[in-house]
Ligand binder design. Structure first.
Ligand code: NAP
Length: 494
C-alpha cells in the first residue's frame, strides 16, 4: 500500500521543529500537521503583556542553533516566536508544515503496519511512523466557578490574549498566581485603575538575574560563538544543579530546598514592607512542589495603592464581578483567567484518540494504568508511535534539552528500523516495565515525595498521586540514555 508519507508529526512548536530538523537531516519523508495557521506552539499562543522566558535564553534554545540576537538574558516572548520562525526558514521546514489541520484521532493498522491519521475536515493521512509533538501546556483551563457565565464584562484567558481589549483605567481581576500571573500582574498594574489578584495558593519567587544584552555584546556573540557556549554553560549548570540537588535528589539534599526557600523569603522581605501582606504571599508548601518563578517586579506590585491581593477565595462570579468567600463583592470590568492548562489528565496526553494494537487507546491506557512510557517516549501496544513530550520526559532544566534528548532517542529508533529494513518497531514489554520500575524507584528521591507538597495544588501531580512531568534523573544521564539505550529494547518486524 502506498502511504502518504513516511512520518507524520503533530505540532509545530519547538518539539515539532526539533524533530522536523532531525528528520530532514536524515532524509525522511515527513509532514508536520498543525491545527493553527502558523507555527510556534506556546510562543504563538501566549502573547499576554509581560510574557518572557523564565529560564535564561542561553539555555532556553537549541544547542545546535543558538541565537546571538536575544535582547535580554530572559528574552521576551515575541523573540521566541521569531526564533521558531527563523528555525523553520533556516532548516527549510516550511514545505513540510501543513496548517489548519486538526488531528481528531489516529489508528494503527496492525495488518499493514501504518498509522491512519483522521483530520477534523474528514480527510485522512497515512504514515509508517507517527510522532506527537503536541506540548504539555497547550489546552487552556477556565476555572470552575459558580456563576461564571453571568459576568457581563470581558473574560480573557491568558493563553488566548485578546489584543483588542482595552485595559487602561479599567477594574481588572486576575484569577491565579502561577508563573503567568507573575509576569502579567506587574505589566497590568500601571495601566489599570484597580487590579485585584485572586490568590488561592502563593508561589515561591526567586530574584530574576535579568539584564539587557547590548548591541555590542550581541555582535561579540556573533563574532565569537564560543562566548555564547560559555554563557550557556554557566546558566545551564546553575539550573541543573538546582534541579538535580534540589528536586531530583531532594531526599539526599533536603537542606538545599530549605536554602532556596530562604532566598525567596529574603527576596519577599526586600520587596514588601507590610508584614501581613508578606504572610499572605508566603507559600506553606515546600519549594519545588510546584513550579516556582523568577521576578523582580511581581511581589512589589502589591505595594501599589491600586493593587489588591485577595486571599479569601472565590465564592461566585456575578454580573458585576466576583464575590469572595467573605461575602465581599469585588466589582470588575475585566476578568483575566491566569488559571493554567490541562496537564496530566485524560484528554491532554494525548490530546486526541490514539488507538494502537487491539484498539487499545493510549489516553485510556494511561488513565487506567498510570502515566508511563519507555524513556518518556514509547509504549508497548503502540508500534511506530513516539511522543516528544511523554510521561516522565522533562529532562534538564530547559524544554530544549528535553527536545534534544527525545529527538535523539526517536531518530536512533527510526534509523535502526531503516537499517534493518523493517517497517514496524515496538518497545518490548520487558524493557518498558524495567524502565518504569526504575523511574518509580527514583521518584522516591524527588522533592515531590520528600517535601511538604500536600497544600501545593501542583499540576505536577496526577490523579494517581504520581508526578509524571519530570524525568527523575540528571540531564547528563538522560543524554547518555538517549545515546546508548539498547536498540534491542525494541522489537523490529516487517
Ligand atoms: P498554573 O501554574 O497552572 O497556575 C494557575 C493558577 O490559577 C494557580 O495559581 C491556580 O491556583 C489558579 N487557579 C486555577 N483555578 C482556580 C480557581 N478555580 N480559583 C482560584 N484560582 C484558580 O498556570 P500558569 O501560571 O499559566 O503557568 C503554567 C505553566 O506554564 C508554568 O508552570 C510554566 O511551566 C509555564 N509558564 C512558563 C513561563 C515562562 O517560562 N516564561 C511563563 C508562564 C508560564 P492553585 O495554585 O491553588 O491551583
Amino acid at each position: 500500500m502506498k502511504l502518504d508519507t513516511e512520518v507524520i508529526v503533530v505540532g509545530s512548536g519547538f518539539s515539532g521543529i526539533g524533530i522536523g530538523i532531525a528528520l530532514k537531516k536524515d532524509k525522511f519523508d515527513f509532514l508536520i500537521l498543525e491545527k493553527a495557521h502558523t507555527l510556534g506552539g506556546t510562543w504563538r499562543d501566549n502573547t499576554y503583556p509581560g510574557i518572557a522566558v523564565d529560564i535564561a535564553s542561553f539555555t532556553y534554545s537549541f544547542s545546535f542553533a543558538q541565537n546571538p540576537d536575544w535582547s535580554r538574558v530572559f528574552a521576551p516572548g515575541h523573540e521566541l516566536a521569531e526564533y521558531a520562525r527563523k528555525l523553520s526558514v533556516d532548516y527549510e521546514l516550511e514545505a513540510h508544515m501543513h496548517f489548519g489541520k486538526t488531528v481528531e484521532s489516529a489508528v494503527y493498522n496492525e495488518k499493514q503496519k501504518y498509522w491512519q491519521v483522521n483530520l477534523a475536515d474528514g480527510s485522512q493521512l497515512t504514515a509508517r511512523f507517527f510522532i506527537t509533538a503536541t506540548g504539555a501546556l497547550t489546552q487552556p483551563k477556565l476555572p470552575q466557578i459558580p456563576g461564571w457565565e453571568s459576568f457581563v464584562g470581558k473574560v480573557i484567558h491568558t493563553a488566548r490574549w485578546d489584543h483588542t481589549a482595552d485595559l487602561r483605567n479599567k477594574r481588572v481581576g486576575i484569577i491565579g498566581t502561577g508563573a503567568t500571573s507573575v509576569q502579567l500582574a506587574p505589566a497590568l498594574a500601571p495601566i489599570t485603575s484597580h487590579l485585584t489578584v485572586f490568590q488561592r495558593t502563593p508561589i515561591w519567587i526567586f530574584p530574576k538575574p535579568d539584564a539587557e544584552i547590548s548591541h555590542e555584546i550581541r555582535e561579540l556573540f556573533k563574532l565569537f560563538p564560543v562566548l555564547q557556549w560559555f554563557m550557556r554553560g554557566i546558566s545551564s549548570s546553575i539550573t541543573e544543579a538546582v534541579m538535580v540537588l534540589g528536586v531530583i535528589y531532594n531526599r539526599q539534599f533536603p537542606w538545599l530546598t530549605k536554602a532556596l526557600e530562604q532566598i525567596c523569603r529574603n527576596h519577599l522581605n526586600s520587596q514588601v514592607a507590610d508584614a501581613s501582606l508578606r504572610d499572605k504571599l508566603t507559600p506553606d508548601y515546600g519549594f519545588g512542589c510546584k513550579r516556582p518563578s523568577f521576578s523582580n517586579e511581581y511581589l512589589k506590585t502589591f505595594n501599589h495603592e491600586n493593587v489588591s491581593l485577595e486571599t479569601n477565595g472565590i465564592r461566585e462570579v456575578v454580573k458585576e464581578g466576583i464575590i469572595t468567600n467573605s461575602g465581599e463583592l469585588v466589582e470588575l470590568d475585566i476578568i483575566i483567567a491566569a488559571t493554567g492548562f490541562k496537564v496530566f489528565e485524560f484528554g491532554n496526553l494525548p490530546p486526541f484518540e490514539v488507538a494502537g494494537r487491539n484498539e487499545l487507546e493510549l489516553g485510556q491506557f494511561f488513565e487506567e494504568n498510570r502515566f508511563q512510557a519507555y524513556e518518556g517516549t514509547s509504549v508497548p501496544g503502540f508500534p511506530n508511535l513516539f511522543m516528544m513530550v511523554g510521561p516522565y520526559s522533562a529532562a534538564g532544566a530547559s524544554w530544549f534539552q528535553m527536545i534534544e534528548v527525545q529527538t535523539r532517542h526517536i531518530m536512533r529508533c527510526l534509523n535502526e528500523a531503516r537499517r534493518r529494513k523493517m517497517n514496524e518497531i515496538e518497545v518490548s514489554q520487558i524493557a518498558h516495565k524495567k524502565y518504569f520500575e526504575d523511574i518509580l524507584q527514583r521518584q522516591k528521591n524527588t522533592v515531590f515525595y520528600n517535601s511538604n507538597c500536600a497544600s501545593a495544588n501542583s499540576y505536577y501531580f496526577d490523579k494517581h498521586g504520581d508526578a509524571p512531568f519530570l524525568r527523575p534523573m540528571p540531564y547528563l544521564e538522560s543524554v547518555l540514555h538517549s545515546r546508548f539505550f539498547n536498540l534491542n529494547d525494541y522489537r523490529y518486524t516487517s
